[in-house]
Design a protein around this ligand. Structure first.
Ligand code: SF4
Length: 340
């Protein structure tokens, strides 16, 4: 595997969640979850860490996913502390309903990704992003994000939105811009377990209404506190006063076999077909042996953080709605161009 410099491991630490989204694919048939046993958490994380360090890769980000990892803050803390002890960067993906639970250790978290598909109560009820009839409240979310930033001014805030038949007509970009987020990832609801996934029309309609980088680029990135230290650490150095891309789009193909994912019971798994394929447990075999058990596309993994899937999706949306000329035959490459 030719992964350089930086890897991200998504550990789906639990299947439990307070929401019940219609298109949730975080299902593993309720296995015994590793995070109930701190010794096994430590085993899995040191296995991962040792593997990449032996390959000269020292930047490892553990992305803690669920289910909803924030529902059990004490167990989550055990995982965060073990990742910290293994010198990993730590990020968390959450549905945002209990964001306040990570505030005590927000200083150890580099990024929080919040999944928000809609800001409309009825739409969230239809999707299943609700608990006891309660859905996300934008003002409460803004306050919780502000509180996190007070605890860790460097924390990056990312929003994830899955476009489905329920929310494709919603315009979210203006409200999201108010949150001064660092990244907004727009994902396409993919076919799974008999669901056909979102249609081209619905996905492109959402992009047409929401892909507005001008609004998002109002977020000027904070200059890195110590440019020299960042350079020595070979980190990406954000240039002050230069707008950065905020909106990223992932289509189905980029989402398949392109993540390094660990299941709640500590096995690598892949989502290449309708069913997951699993490795042997990371508590029992080395990471390299576990990786050899699954189908993994390292090229897609390396390109996931590039911007071309976004540009491709936007180009396709523009062709779809005939916003651009799609007939290149009229253009004669050999016509001499004059200066006039
Ligand atoms: S919030 Fe996430 S984990 Fe929970 S039901 Fe929805 S998609 Fe699944």
């Amino acid at each position: 595997m030719n992964i350089k410099k930086f890897v991200v491991i998504n550990w789906h630490i639990t299947e439990a969640c307070n929401y019940h989204c219609e298109f949730c694919f975080a299902k593993w048939n309720k296995p015994v979850e590793i995070w109930s046993n701190p010794d096994n958490v430590q085993k899995v994380l040191s296995n991962i860490s040792q593997h990449f360090r032996s390959q000269g890769i020292f930047r490892i980000r553990l992305n803690i996913v669920g289910g909803e990892p924030i529902m059990s803050p004490e167990r989550l803390w055990n995982v965060v502390e073990a990742a910290y002890n293994n010198e990993m960067e730590i990020s968390i993906i959450t549905n945002g309903s209990h964001l306040e639970n990570i505030r005590p250790f927000a200083h150890l978290i580099s990024q929080v990704g919040i999944s928000i598909d809609s800001l409309d109560h009825e739409t969230n009820m239809k999707i299943g992003r609700e608990c006891g009839g309660k859905t996300i409240c934008f003002d409460a979310l803004r306050q919780k994000i502000e509180d996190l930033r007070k605890a860790n001014p460097d924390i990056k805030i990312k929003l994830n939105t899955v476009v489905s038949k329920h929310n494709f007509n919603e315009v979210l970009v203006e409200r999201f811009a108010e949150l001064h987020i660092d990244k907004w990832k727009i994902l396409r609801q993919r076919p799974f377990n008999g669901n056909s996934g979102v249609s081209d029309y619905q996905f492109y309609a959402f992009l047409r209404n929401n892909f507005n980088e001008n609004l998002m680029q109002a977020n000027v990135p904070k200059p890195h506190k110590d440019l020299l230290a960042a350079f020595i650490a070979c980190e990406d150095i954000e240039k002050p006063n230069e707008p950065q891309q905020v909106i990223f789009v992932e289509d189905n193909d980029a989402m398949t076999e392109s993540y390094l994912m660990v299941s709640p019971n500590g096995r690598l798994f892949q989502n290449g077909s309708d069913e997951y394929t699993y490795s042997r447990p990371l508590t029992e075999v080395s990471f390299a042996n576990a990786l050899s058990d699954i189908k993994f596309d390292s090229k897609k993994f390396e390109s996931r953080y590039a911007s071309w899937p976004t540009q491709n999706a936007v180009n396709e949306m523009e062709y779809f709605f005939h916003l651009v000329e799609d007939n290149y035959d009229d253009f004669d490459c050999f016509t001499e161009l004059s200066d006039d």
